[in-house]
Structure formats: structure tokens, C-alpha cells
Design a protein around this ligand. Structure first.
Ligand SMILES: Nc1ncnc2c1ncn2[C@@H]1O[C@H](COP(=O)(O)OP(=O)(O)OP(=O)(O)O)[C@@H](O)[C@H]1O
Ligand SMILES: [Mg+2]
Length: 321
């Protein structure tokens, strides 16, 4: 007799003895209750997330490492434009192989201390000495004229390379003054948040002179000039190519705020003052806005020389430090 038969016999004995035994106890079973199958929670379809979103937002690097601002590849890729010497002459500008002129002589004197400071050969080292801004208190004092002449004069020294930047983004005038058509430039680089100048930098037939135009007009031009992207670009320009002298034509200090923002990055500032035009109080006020710049030079422009009855630069002197 197997165990089941023994259990059945025992139950029968109990039942006969009057013990209440549930019917067919061995067959009793529990209907398995099916737990409700949970409705599958739809797994969200994977959404492509940009890699940066997975990380905590990293602070922008102070200097964007690439693409470089001005290496040989950038220069090779940049567009070549031809400066017409007759156009430069017509605009009253200096040009290579021109007959000796008073203006060229004056710029020889003006550029000397600027170059010395830019190359670390001045009396004291100047931080960002290769970044030189030309500005003035008020409009029409001769900033663009001075910036262009200074750039050409320095570029004519064979061992010096110069970039002329039109940073007067609201009222650019350098391309026109040099006889060149409008072109993309600084604002386009800032809008695209890239340090790559190769698409906008213009090489010229004065081999050591490149031009960075102000670029496509933009409603937020002022903000762009004060942006982190601009700060990065300036720092990169100053440190990566310290042997290149970069001259910025800029707006007037007392009319807009852009020049003051730019001034904070400059090693040297040339302040143009129109002779018999600008009040002393205006000049003083303008100088107050650029106090932090290590080297400032003032140029008295359009001084009427009785000897030559020609307009020129009266004198320039450096101060500050
Ligand atoms: N020393 C100079 N000799 C001859 N012409 C000059 C001299 N300085 C300035 N000019 C002329 O005066 C005009 C105004 O000069 P420029 O455009 O350089 O001034 P600006 O300060 O840049 O003006 P803005 O504030 O409008 O930018 C130009 O036609 C320029 O060629
Ligand atoms: Mg100008």
C-alpha cells in the first residue's frame, strides 16, 4: 500500500469514527489567482540627446583651442584682395613705394613706440601689447584714417605682420576707405561662435597686411562685441600670435560703449584728438573711460601746419602705465 492509499484508508477510518473530514480533501486545490498583468509602461523611445546634455554644463574654456585664429592654414585659406595704390593715394593714405611724404614721416614717428611695446622692447613689458586700439572721444576725429595708416605703415616694415580689424561694427568704414567692397567679417565669426577666421580674413597684396572686416550688420552688434566669444577671440589673438600686431579701428568712446569694452583687452590705445575741434573736458572724460589700459598715446590730428598748409598729425605722446 502506497502512501496515498494509506492516507485514504486513514481518512475513511476517521470518517467512520465520526470525525468530520472535508470531502475529497486530497483533491482540493487552490485556484491560482492570476495577478493582473500590469499594463506595460511604455518605455519612452530613446530621444537623441546631445552629448553635452549628459554632462553637467561645463564652463566654457577661456580659450577655445581650435580652430586656430591665425595659423598658416588659416592664412592660406583666406581670400586675397588687391589694394589699389591709386585708391589709397586718393584716400590720402600711405602706400608702399609712394614718394616721401610728411604723413609717412609722421607715422614713422608715431608707430615706433607702439611697435616697441608690442614686441616687448618698451621700457616695461606690456600685457597684450600687440593689441592696439585706435579710438577718440567723438565721431569724425580721424580714427579710421589713423588706424589704416598705422597698419599700412607698420606692414611696410618687412619683418612685421599686421592685422587691421574694423571693430566699428555699427558704422564700419575701413573697407570703403581702402577701396574694397563689403565682405563678411568679425560679426559673422562672433555670430557663429567660432574662432575660425579663415573664411573672413582678407590677405592683401601688401603681403604682411591682413584685414578683418566688421562683417554682416547685425542687430545685436554691440552685445556681440561684448560677448564671451569676442573675449575668447581677443585673448587668442593676443597670446597665440604675439608677434602679429593687431590694430583695431573702433567707435568713439563718448558715444557708444563698445570701445570701452574693447579697451579692457587692449595693451595699447591710440587716442585721436581733432585739433581745434574737441573740448578739453571731452578728451579728459574719454581718457577716464580707458584708464585701465597700460599704454595710452594721444595724437593731435588735423593740425594745420602753416609751413606746408597741409593737414597732419601735430604730435603724439605716450603716457599712463
Ligand atoms: N590727418 C588727416 N589728413 C587728411 N584727412 C584726414 C585726416 N584725418 C582724417 N581725415 C579725413 O577726415 C574724414 C574723417 O576721418 P575718419 O573717417 O578717419 O574719422 P573717424 O574718427 O573714423 O570717424 P567715425 O567716428 O565716423 O568713424 C575722412 O574723410 C578722413 O579721410
Ligand atoms: Mg571711423
Amino acid at each position: 500500500m502506497n502512501l496515498i492509499e494509506q492516507a485514504a484508508k486513514r481518512l475513511e477510518e476517521l470518517r467512520l469514527a465520526g470525525v468530520e473530514v472535508p470531502d475529497s480533501a486530497p483533491a482540493r486545490h487552490i485556484e491560482p489567482k492570476l495577478a493582473p498583468i500590469p499594463t506595460p509602461v511604455p518605455t519612452p523611445a530613446p530621444v537623441p540627446v546631445p552629448a553635452v546634455a549628459e554632462k553637467a554644463p561645463a564652463p566654457r574654456p577661456a580659450v577655445v583651442p581650435s580652430p586656430p585664429v591665425l595659423n598658416d592654414a588659416v592664412l592660406v585659406k583666406s581670400r586675397l584682395v588687391t589694394l589699389q595704390m591709386e585708391q589709397l593715394a586718393a584716400a590720402g593714405l600711405i602706400y608702399p613705394n609712394a614718394p616721401r611724404s610728411q604723413l609717412a614721416d609722421e607715422f614713422r614717428v608715431i608707430k615706433r613706440p607702439l611697435i616697441a611695446n608690442a614686441m616687448g622692447k618698451g621700457a616695461a613689458p606690456v600685457k597684450n601689447g600687440n593689441l592696439i586700439m585706435v579710438t577718440s572721444a567723438l565721431p569724425h576725429e580721424g580714427k579710421s584714417f589713423t588706424a589704416a595708416n598705422l597698419a599700412i605703415s607698420i606692414a611696410m616694415e618687412l619683418d612685421k605682420t599686421v592685422m587691421l580689424v574694423d571693430a566699428d561694427v555699427a558704422r564700419p568704414s575701413l573697407l570703403k576707405m581702402l577701396g574694397l567692397p563689403p565682405a563678411p567679417g568679425l560679426l559673422d565669426v562672433l555670430v557663429n561662435e567660432t574662432n575660425d577666421l579663415s573664411g573672413v580674413l582678407l590677405r592683401t597684396n601688401i603681403e604682411t597686411l591682413t584685414i578683418l572686416p566688421s562683417g554682416t550688420p547685425h542687430v545685436r552688434a554691440t552685445e556681440l562685441l561684448a560677448s564671451d566669444a569676442m573675449n575668447n577671440l581677443l585673448e587668442e589673438m593676443a597670446t597665440r600670435y604675439p608677434d602679429r600686431i593687431i590694430i583695431f579701428d573702433s567707435p568713439p568712446l563718448l558715444v557708444t560703449t563698445e570701445s570701452r569694452v574693447l579697451a579692457a583687452h587692449m595693451g595699447q590705445i591710440v587716442m585721436v584728438v581733432r585739433a581745434e575741434g574737441t573740448l578739453q573736458s571731452e578728451v579728459r572724460h574719454a581718457l577716464g573711460t580707458i584708464e585701465a589700459c597700460p599704454v595710452k598715446m594721444m595724437l593731435l590730428n588735423q593740425v594745420k601746419s602753416s609751413k606746408h598748409s597741409e593737414y597732419g598729425y601735430g604730435y603724439g605722446y605716450g603716457y599712463g602705465g
